[in-house]
Design a protein around this ligand. Structure first.
Ligand code: AMP
Ligand code: GLY
Length: 417
């Protein structure tokens, strides 16, 4: 029986811990740092996801058989290289392979070189040249800061003046630090998240999901980490999935091997079904959040076997997915994704059949009260035979929760209803 360490402390990690707790091979789960909800299913360890050397020492001292990494921050710091050098099994990509998320330019150049469909682009370091390029192009245009920018590195200006202001921020005034900007053609169409387990050239697709990135109903307001999701995605055909696997995910996995940075872990394709076919918006080098909270509850296979096979470079076992669908609402602190206050008491209310709660940003106060402690606080996921059942159950549970400082979108899944 195995001891597993999960790194991270959000809803994604709660869903990973929950899936591992269903494994017949796992006897003990630790989570660093975890959160108040995760604490019910795992022993929380007070180490941050960026304390990569301390995490390695913890794994060595506690006889951890497998470590599973949630956040990109740990991956970009090279946690997998550090663990592997110490002889520890870890699920996630090397620092070199994590570049596919950490650098927009790396990802775009790779797609260009290997003819993977994506928006046309140019990369600039010089403000004047970037401005000249934008002046000649059309609007809206997409500006992506080249580096990890906590989801705030993408700006879509409608006018030349707005583009100028954003380019100044990114290239002249050092608001993001010294860097580069990828300027991209604006694409249209529904987006979907295609997460695959990847082990060198082997690519094993998970079921699809769709995130809702804007803060407010009707897909209005600022971009967030995600306000809700559902799985699978009826809008995307079997043919689109086959195309995405054969022409995007597999070629990229082979390209990473050819470039000397083979990928291991979850490769997340943020894809868009445009009028000219499916194209890549972005890649992430890890599970998506909130996508993981609607995808992993549908996995019927033992996730420990999958994680361990990928970590050890063995063939990934076949996966079985439930026919039941999932749909979930994120409850976020008022003010998110801008500034918000923490520490508001939460009453989770009565149980509602067909739902589960994943904690994204919760803590226990000194007197044991569950309180808010992040921008995104809870995710309520409903499951059922169809999306109407899943949504009804989830909303019933959302309405049973009381807290004076939370908001949510009621229109998750609007494209399917
Ligand atoms: P990213 O961080 O690259 O996922 O970008 C954040 C969001 O900006 C995406 O989810 C899209 O909604 C939007 N976006 C990014 N690139 C494009 C593009 N080329 N065309 C249209 N929308 C885009
Ligand atoms: N939900 C999008 C992401 O995890 O990046």
């Amino acid at each position: 029986m195995a001891k597993v360490l999960v790194i991270g402390g959000g809803g994604r990690e709660h869903a990973i811990v929950d899936a591992l707790s269903r494994s017949s091979k796992v006897e003990k789960i630790y989570c660093a740092p975890g959160n108040a909800g995760i604490a019910a299913q795992a022993e929380c360890v007070p180490l941050k996801d960026t304390q990569v050397n301390e995490l390695k020492d913890f794994a060595l001292e506690n006889g951890i058989d497998l470590t599973v990494v949630g956040p990109e921050a740990s991956l970009a710091l090279g946690i997998c290289d550090i663990f592997r050098e110490a002889g520890l099994a870890i699920f996630g990509p090397s620092k070199a392979a994590a570049m596919i998320e950490a650098s927009k330019d790396f990802a775009k150049q790779l797609m260009k070189k290997y003819s993977v469909p994506t928006a046309a682009f140019e990369t600039f370091e010089d403000y004047d040249k970037a401005l000249e390029y934008v002046r000649k192009g059309s609007f809206p245009v997409v500006l992506k800061y080249d580096g990890l920018a906590a989801g705030k590195g993408v700006v879509i200006p409608e006018t030349f003046e707005q583009a100028d202001e954003a380019l100044r921020d990114m290239l002249l005034d050092g608001r993001f630090g010294k860097g580069r900007v990828v300027i991209e053609e604006f694409l249209t169409g529904p987006e979907f998240s295609f997460m695959c387990f990847v082990n060198g050239e082997q690519v094993s697709p998970m079921t699809l999901s769709q995130d809702h990135k804007r803060a407010w109903e009707g897909d209005k307001g600022p971009n967030t980490g995600g306000m809700g999701a559902y799985s699978p995605v009826p809008l995307i055909s079997e043919e689109d999935i086959r195309f995405s696997l054969e022409n995007i995910m597999k070629p990229v996995a082979r390209a990473m091997v050819a470039e000397g940075c083979p990928f291991s872990g979850v490769l997340y394709g943020g894809l868009m079904k445009t009028p000219e076919g499916v194209k890549v918006i972005e890649f992430n080098c890890r599970f998506g959040d909130p996508e993981t909270e609607v995808v992993l509850p549908r996995l019927e296979s033992d996730i420990y076997d999958i994680f361990l096979a990928v970590a050890e470079g063995r063939e990934i076992p076949q996966m079985k997915w439930s026919d039941e669908v999932t749909l979930g609402f994120v409850l976020a602190s008022k003010g998110y994704p801008g500034s918000y206050e923490k520490g508001f008491p939460i009453d989770l209310g009565e149980d509602v059949p067909g739902t589960r709660i994943f904690h994204m940003g919760t803590a226990l106060s000194s007197d044991g009260q569950l309180v808010t402690s992040g921008g995104r606080v809870l995710m309520v996921v409903g499951h059922g035979k169809d999306f109407a059942c899943a949504k009804d159950a989830a909303l019933k549970k959302v309405n049973a929760i009381s807290c004076s400082n939370l908001f949510h979108r009621n229109d998750i899944g609007w494209r399917i209803f």
